[in-house]
Design a protein around this ligand. Sequence first.
Ligand code: FAD
Length: 472
Amino acid sequence: MSNSPILLWFRRDLRLGDHEALSAAVASGHPVIPVFIHDEMVASLGAAPKMRLGLSVESLGQELAAKGSRLVLRRGDAQKVLRDLVAETGAGAVYWSRLYDPATRQRDTALKAALRDDGVAVESFAGHVLFEPWRVQTKTGGFYRVFTPMWKAVRGTDITSDLPAPAKVPAPDTWPASDRLTDWRMAAPMRRGADILASHCTVGERAASDRLGAFMAHRVADYAQNRDLPAVDGTSRLSENLTYGEISPRRCWHAGWRALQAGKADAEVFLKELVWREFAYHLAFHTPQITSGNWKEDWDAFPWNADEGTPEVRAWQQGRTGMHFVDAAMREMYVTGTMHNRGRMIVASYLTKHLMTHWKIGLDWFADCLIDWDPCSNAMGWQWSAGSGPDATPYFRVFNPVTQLDKFDKDRAYVRRWIAEEQKAPTKTALSYFDMIPKSWGLSAGDPYPAAVVSAEEGRKRALAAYAERGF
Ligand code: FAD
């Protein structure tokens, strides 16, 4: 391949540190041309994740510039863009970090074959997960369908050290043309909410690394208890960065282990959560239908409401169900692009159980609103909550949003943070929701707070009756 350049295709690995593909490309001695492609998959992202991705791409471009390199931006079908770039630059190889969700795998498999047919060397590398999905197997063979045995199997695995960022990324003699990121208008679908959402984002590799450091220094010691309290800043908030690969799971894992060895016992719970992410990826790899259909087929006959236009679904999306926990969490997501994990479980349970609405409607809404949207974790989370997924919460466990609030938000700090309607002097955060939502929703902070669309008890009874009728 003489001194032909290597095209390094960045996707959800927008970092320079602990990046196997980048380190291999630099070690080869060839010039490296980093590329990001705005293809169909990027185009189809929801409003919040698309905007957040744009911020991450911008940050990566700056990090690369500091290493004497650039990020070449191109728009179009990924296969065509890469073929064009190979032709323009004389590149002999294309490298990328592997992804595991079904849609990406389908694209990448076709693309790999096409490039190889053209005589281009294609190499994919690890880095998005700790354990490759085909490497973790049960004693009898096959993948884990239940979390706890998987956790026990991987907990003690010796994971190699993470890689430093290269000091310099060797540049080609001439750079191919690049689009301008601003022309892609990644924030446009957020409309008037873009600035507010941006103020809640923590973008880029350095910020992610600082976030991990601050969590390990100040919060991991009380993580086991605080992680369940939505008003407390008790979790790492790293999902936003892990989603775009601004930090590697391996770096998080090693930091967790160091904390554990330093006597912070709660770090074990954090490590376990990282393995939940792995579990989601392994399930999506081995049972790709998890992202699109009921994982347990016996749920196919369940009479879900599949109409997203009902007043109940609208109320759920707008944080106006009359259930404080549900509404606070839905508004938190609309404004910040993230939602506390307990909130995610409560709103998902309320939608799929109290409102008997198909989990896909919730999955799609999250995909539009979450800056940490992840195809695998989102699908697993929804199916876990609905009861149709692997290792799901038992279908008959219906979270009660009222008693959950008494347990996890006793003094109502979370509710005050996000619901303006019943407050004499609403908090800034609660008011910011009304600056964020489309004017066409016609809502204002002065509106009366709604009565429950379906009460905790009534919804529970209705769901249990429907399960009994179906013989669950
Ligand atoms: P921490 O508590 O600090 O945990 C550390 C890391 O572990 C997280 O950053 C995340 O990568 C991983 N993790 C923690 N809990 C889970 C979990 N239950 N499943 C998978 N990984 C986990 N997570 C996403 O990253 N993207 C999603 O789109 C997403 N959708 C969800 C939808 C539903 C209905 C539910 C119930 C959960 C969903 N989750 C999703 C999982 C979880 O809610 C978030 O990962 C977590 O709230 C992120 O906050 P954190 O980074 O502070 O987590």
